[in-house]
Design a protein around this ligand. Sequence first.
Ligand code: MN3
Length: 207
Amino acid sequence: MFEQYRLPYDSAALEPHIDAATVETHHGKHHAAYTKTFNDTAEKAGVADQSAEEVLRNLDRVSDEGLRRMLRNHGGGYYNHNLYFMTLSPEGGDGSFTQADDSLKAAVERDLGGLAALKEKMSAVAAGQFGSGWAFLSKTPEGKLVITASPNQDNPLSEGTGNTPIIALDVWEHAYYLKYRNLRADYIKAFWEILDWKKVGELYAKA
Ligand code: MN3
């Protein structure tokens, strides 16, 4: 059974950066629906005993094309949104970077030229994703940080890169349209105000 990440904060806790109605719809409806469909599909495909990471990294083992596509879309939706919500916090923002794992801080400096440069580069990648999709910060098997974008609910796992995402920035319109309307760039700016670098550091150390 794949469990949807439960928010340890209430739906208004991320305001003014992300409004309560968006959190309620995004987590309570979209994410919940991905979770349910992923569970149902994983059962049918006989992969329900694996971790979500395993399923997404090994989609080519699922021979039925329809089930494979469902797992990619809904398993990706489940995994991406768990990562998104678990790294957002009212205590996030640049201030939380000082509390992050030292190995993450060193990698940000070494691979991306520091926090400001990382945010600038990833914001541009997220803004440039045409249509629905995500921007990711991922750790390669060698420990290097890389920034990429994926369409739909794809991610570095389902794309077979071997990398592990540690930040997932959702740029589907449902993530921001109630408050920001067409202003995706403003939403991206707000995202950094609530990104919990302490949590990202834990994920980097574990990946
Ligand atoms: Mn979403």
